[in-house]
Ligand binder design. Structure first.
Ligand code: SF4
Ligand code: SF4
Length: 404
């Protein structure tokens, strides 16, 4: 198996694009009501009035799912079609939120856009800044930031073991206290997590999601080799981007991928359901929950984070209208929108934070990119809301003091 396998998979989607009916449901304002709506709870069928974040911001059809899909068919059909910077901007302002793929009943528009990105890279497209630099940082330093070493951790975490925490660039370099929290939580449950530390490499999400499948494969090979050497059987992941990459793409890119990949929220839910995780402290707060795109729509993990939050005594979970498969992107936009189009990114975050603020002063989520993006946007836009990772809430409920 290799990147050719993933390319074949994307090629299959190219062919499916021919069945787009140009119905405009994926971006045009208004509800989508499925034929079996009476059997479904409202949050399952009541799609939001505003659907595609990039179309809503840029207001031209080219920036909609179908607009990008039409560009994809032109590019796929014409090997000499000019790959201009404007074409690249239209394609790379897709946030990868995948809302369009929930709406479309004909095929999967987001995957067409991913296949288009892969085609643009193959034809030598000039990527928006600073994407090329972030990608070369991975080659030189093993992380997107180009940092020599991650910040020091105040605890000794073994480098080998059957259960290995995979942290990713954002947690390693920006939120290292989360590593201590997660290791402490599992330690309290009798599970000794290992962590590769300096040996861990960027998972390859950023290049891979933006069309550079070859680099994602290179990162997969490096990480899998180290995980094997460390004796891993199960990989526990907190960042939703890393989780999707390791769970769904690594097995397509690497021969013999024997590991179970599990998100921290899924592990916490299992521990709660088996009676092993019992909360000792009350957390008297009203919170709302933001579904990260790559944990929710891309990976279909909706129930576990909610089960965890609702089991922490004292917490009241107040849901936003746009939740689960209809949740609005946080603005990170698979990291590229955050790095390359900051004004657009901030506008999405502002909309999401104001929506959250109508429900609670505390927002919980399960992805390091969402936390980083929304924290920054809350400060920029002067929106008084606390942003928490789900592990912080669990640590508080267990009375673990390190990060509260
Ligand atoms: S992508 Fe799907 S929802 Fe959008 S116009 Fe085509 S058929 Fe309709
Ligand atoms: S993935 Fe999201 S931003 Fe991209 S075209 Fe679909 S709805 Fe729009």
């Amino acid at each position: 198996m290799s990147r050719e396998h993933l390319r074949e998979y994307l090629k299959g989607y190219r062919e499916s694009w021919t069945i787009c009916m140009q119905c405009a449901s994926c971006y045009y304002r208004g509800p989508i009501v499925p034929h079996n709506w009476r059997e479904l709870p409202p949050f399952e069928w009541a799609s939001p009035h505003r659907k595609c974040p990039s179309y809503e911001y840029f207001k031209f059809r080219a920036f909609s799912p179908v607009g990008r899909g039409n560009l994809a068919s032109i590019v796929f059909d014409d090997p000499n079609f000019p790959i201009t910077d404007e074409l690249v901007r239209v394609v790379y302002t897709c946030t990868s939120c995948k809302t369009c793929s929930e709406i479309c009943k004909a095929h999967d528009p987001w995957t067409i856009i991913w296949a288009l990105k892969e085609e643009l890279i193959r034809r030598g497209a000039r990527l928006p800044n600073p994407l090329p630099k972030l990608i070369t940082n991975i080659d030189s330093y093993g992380n997107i930031f180009g940092a020599e070493k991650p910040p020091a951790i105040n605890m000794n975490i073994p480098k080998k073991g059957e259960e290995i925490l995979f942290t990713g660039c954002f947690i390693r370099f920006i939120q290292p206290n989360l590593i201590e929290a997660i290791v402490n939580i599992f330690g309290k449950m009798g599970l000794n997590l290992a962590w590769l530390g300096d040996e861990e490499q960027c998972c390859g999400f950023l290049p891979g999601q933006h069309g550079d499948i070859q680099r994602m494969e290179m990162q997969a090979q490096k990480n899998v080799k180290r995980l094997r050497e460390a004796g891993a059987q199960r990989i526990i992941v907190s960042c939703a981007h890393c989780y999707k990459t390791l769970r769904d793409y690594y097995p397509k890119l690497v021969d013999n991928f024997p590991f179970e990949v599990i998100h921290v929220s899924e592990m916490y839910a299992r521990l709660i359901e088996s009676g092993k995780m019992r909360f000792a402290r009350r957390v008297e707060e009203k919170v709302t929950y933001h579904d990260p795109c790559f944990l929710g729509r891309h990976s279909k993990v909706y129930d576990e984070p909610r089960l965890v939050i609702e089991n922490v005594p004292g917490i009241k979970l107040e849901e936003m209208d746009r939740r689960r498969k209809w949740a609005l992107c946080c603005g990170s936009g698979a990291k590229a929108v955050y790095f390359c189009y900051p004004e657009f990114s901030s506008a999405i975050s502002r909309e999401r934070l104001l929506e959250a603020k109508e429900k609670a002063n505390n927002l919980v989520t399960s992805c390091s990119s969402c936390i980083f993006q929304m924290d920054r946007a809350a400060k920029q836009n002067n929106i008084g809301i606390n942003i928490y990772d789900i592990s912080q809430i669990v640590a508080r409920g267990l009375g673990i003091p390190s990060i509260v």
